[in-house]
Design a protein around this ligand. Sequence first.
Ligand code: G6Q
Length: 559
Amino acid sequence: MYLSRSAEWSALVSHFQDSVNQSMAELFVSDTERAERFSLSLKGVHLDYSKNRITPRTMELLMDLVRRSDIEKKRQAMFEGERINFTEARAVLHTALRRPQDYSMTIDGEDVPAEVSSVLEQMRLFCDQVLSGQWRGYTGERMTDVVNIGIGGSDLGPYMVTEALKSFAHGKLRVHFVSNVDGSHLAETLKGIAPETTLFVVASKTFTTQETLANAMSARAWFLAGAGNQAHVARHFVAVSTNREKVEEFGIDASNMFRFWDWVGGRYSLWSAIGLSIALYLGFDRFSELLAGAHAMDEHFLNAPLEQNMPVILALLGIWYNNFFGAHSQAFIPYDQYLHRFPAFLQQLDMESNGKRVDRNGVETDYATGPVIWGEPGTNAQHAFFQLLHQGPAIIPVDFIIPLKTRNPAGEQHDMLVANCFAQSEALMRGKSEAEARLELEAAGYSGDDLQKLLPHKVFPGNRPTNTIVLDELDPFTLGSLIALYEQKVFVQGVVWNINSFDQWGVELGKQLAKAILPEFGSVTPADSHDASTNALINRYRKFRKSQKPQKIDQLSIF
Ligand code: G6Q
């Protein structure tokens, strides 16, 4: 039965119609157990989902919906290595990367736990060598800087994690991330570092990605301009990839390659050797704690009853707003400056996984498959776009994330941060009624027409849903759990929506299109094979290029 015509879906449509005007503030008054009823804790991660437009009945109906999708069987299939990414005939086993290697599983004749543990060991040894100073650059100096060159899944995860856990770094290495094919990204990064003390980690699952190879080639040219000798490349360039042939073709020795496997999706790969820059920056033990935190969440996801299962609950709440309230976007607001890249990471995780309009049977869906994800850290966000959350016409559900403990006590500042976070979720829920706004205006001396004119602008509708995720502390373990929580949430939503969350044909299209236009810039004949707009844009750039004097390589800004 097609999802939106199922009895479970219809029951939710009716329930939505019956309860759409229900006020959360009143539900809190009528049910004194509400906060406790709709809260859940797991090893340093506490989820309060009581400020949602739900009752116990809503949750029952949402649970019926997830059960109809056979979630338990599909969850098992993922963890057991079935090829659930059927458009690419691949297993989806990022969970194996963080699972203690005391089980057996083979994929394509490969022993999964043995493979994982051998690469982890290779990473551990390499980190030890670099950090102990055993691994040195071509002048005999220790490494001081690591530059990760990668994009998308080979960048967003490691970059987000190294930023989030900056205060845990051992301080022996700086880490930098270069992703954009815009040469300015590399040029600005190279300005502050020296070839003799820099280690480049070229991170690319396929090792065919245009941006990454272009940046890696420019980085190698910059390096050779300093080092002078091709033989020195081996001490300064390592690769993380599934594609040994391409790595060797690029000129990186296979002994300097950290492998992973096609059953690790790009946006799920920070747990693999793609996390090498994390391990180098924090030390391998911290990286292991990150994996352990994610594994703890995986175990919870696998074993907790659906009614007390954090990823399942978050997934269903998302579906409730996206499909029944018609909420087209969702904001993620970490009240922690270290998590400033977390919303960007979630954007890829969620939108690349579930941004699909065709279900597993190839049929176009008549329901939404996920909102637009966005966000910025609080309190900055409050001074920027919170206006829209409080008084805009649309409902935009928010996930707040806040650690109880700060890494940087400074007077009352952490108390202020926490107070702001809690106050925002309270205000979004309560709003300000017309009567309250009137009283405030009267107290400020307004009356008559003046008061009447201002009144509608001072009213806040409230009843706006939020989740609050309270971390004991933002440390490697809880960060691992938090990331896995959202990964599994996205998985559950994909299962309910009956889509393949693990392919990304839209990304592949972008890769092909850019490759098609590039050669036309140097062509002698004007472009005419595209639409008129694209032809004109190409020809405008061709003309500009012709007007420029060709630059010699040593005149480029990165040298
Ligand atoms: C992630 C996507 C995409 C990918 C990048 C980089 O799930 O597939 O973001 O990670 O396009 O790809 P490579 O790692 O192959 O360079």
